[in-house]
Design a protein around this ligand. Structure first.
Ligand SMILES: Nc1ncnc2c1ncn2[C@@H]1O[C@H](COP(=O)(O)OP(=O)(O)O)[C@@H](O)[C@H]1O
Ligand SMILES: [Mg+2]
Length: 298
């Protein structure tokens, strides 16, 4: 078996989603890493997943994962599969409540020693991690790294630690959302936040801003990437993770910064229109390509 190009690391979650109007969607496939990799998968890619699962992960979910991802890195542990309430407010904020006797191994996610040997030299890694996790993973792999910092560690008190990581580890791409970046760097504008991250050592930044789209930049270029207009936002869970997976794929494929941003915005739009992770079978390639073509080049 050949090794995948993009690899994502984390855990499988089963989400029970509560919308602000009280509507619920129960038992949906979730987990940041699954969202991210399905965002890459809609672009004809078969990413590899390295993730913790419970021993009782339903077969239907395993089969679905196998259809779209290289699953040799799934690690089943001696614990029931975690579920998580995803509770949304009208302003888009989300609270997550874990439903498992022992959530710790799922929250920690897969560790570097869970990485299949064949994956060590893969070209790109999606890493949703805190500071310790990103350090450990960066040292374990060679490829391009996209770091999506865990929301819980995004506060001004952690700025020095984040700076240490950006300066001393080779973090190719960092992607926080606007609220997270402001929690670290203060109430700055999007452009100022990106500048602050470059000052702290970042090489490439994808700042996600919900319906305002995103701002992608490296040290030489900066692009506003508009959000793709969607008919109806059915479920916002995982839009940011999905964006990151597709952006990383674009960068791995040596697309331009703007092209990678467009791939990311298009992937996120399909996530918003579906409940749970994107089912790539429900993404029409013609519609995907139309959304990409119609994005205004700002
Ligand atoms: N309400 C929305 N309307 C349109 N597009 C959205 C909306 N929310 C998110 N997006 C798209 O998804 C991308 C990532 O979502 P974002 O909300 O920025 O990340 P997160 O959900 O992690 O905070 C955005 O850059 C945008 O392209
Ligand atoms: Mg959002």
């Amino acid at each position: 078996m050949t090794a995948p190009g993009v690899v994502g690391v984390g855990a499988i979650f089963i989400d029970d989603i509560v919308q602000p109007d009280g509507q619920t969607f129960m038992e949906r496939l979730g987990g940041g890493v699954v969202h991210a990799l399905m965002g890459a998968a809609i672009w004809n890619e078969r990413p590899g997943i390295v993730a913790i699962t419970g021993y009782d992960l339903p077969d239907s979910i395993r089969t679905h994962l196998e259809k779209h991802l290289d699953t040799r890195g799934l690690c089943s542990i001696d614990q029931p599969q975690i579920r998580a309430w995803q509770i949304f407010e009208h302003d888009g904020t989300r609270r997550e409540l874990y439903r498992a006797p022992n959530s710790a191994p799922f929250i920690a996610g897969a560790q570097p020693n869970d990485l299949p040997v064949d994956y060590r030299n893969c070209r790109a890694f999606y890493l949703l991690q805190g500071v310790d996790g990103i350090r450990a993973w960066r040292q374990a792999v060679d490829g391009i790294v996209l770091w999506e910092p865990l929301q819980q560690m995004m506060s001004s008190g952690h700025r020095a630690m984040i700076r240490e990581v950006l300066k001393n580890e080779q973090i190719d791409i960092i992607s926080p959302n606007l609220a997270e970046a402001q929690a670290v760097y203060g109430q700055l504008s999007a452009v100022e936040l990106v500048e602050a991250m470059f000052t702290d050592g970042a090489r490439m930044v994808a700042l996600r801003m919900g319906e305002q789209g995103s701002l992608v930049a490296n040290r030489n270029e900066r692009y506003r990437i508009p959000a793709v207009p969607v008919h109806q936002v059915l479920d916002q869970t995982g839009a940011g993770n999905t964006y990151c997976g597709a952006f990383l794929l674009g960068i791995m494929q040596e697309k331009t910064l703007q092209e990678a941003g467009f791939m990311a915005a298009v992937a996120a739009s399909f996530c918003l229109e579906q409940v749970g992770t994107i089912n790539p079978e429900q993404v029409d390639p013609n519609e995907r390509d139309k959304r990409y073509r119609e994005l205004p080049r700002l």
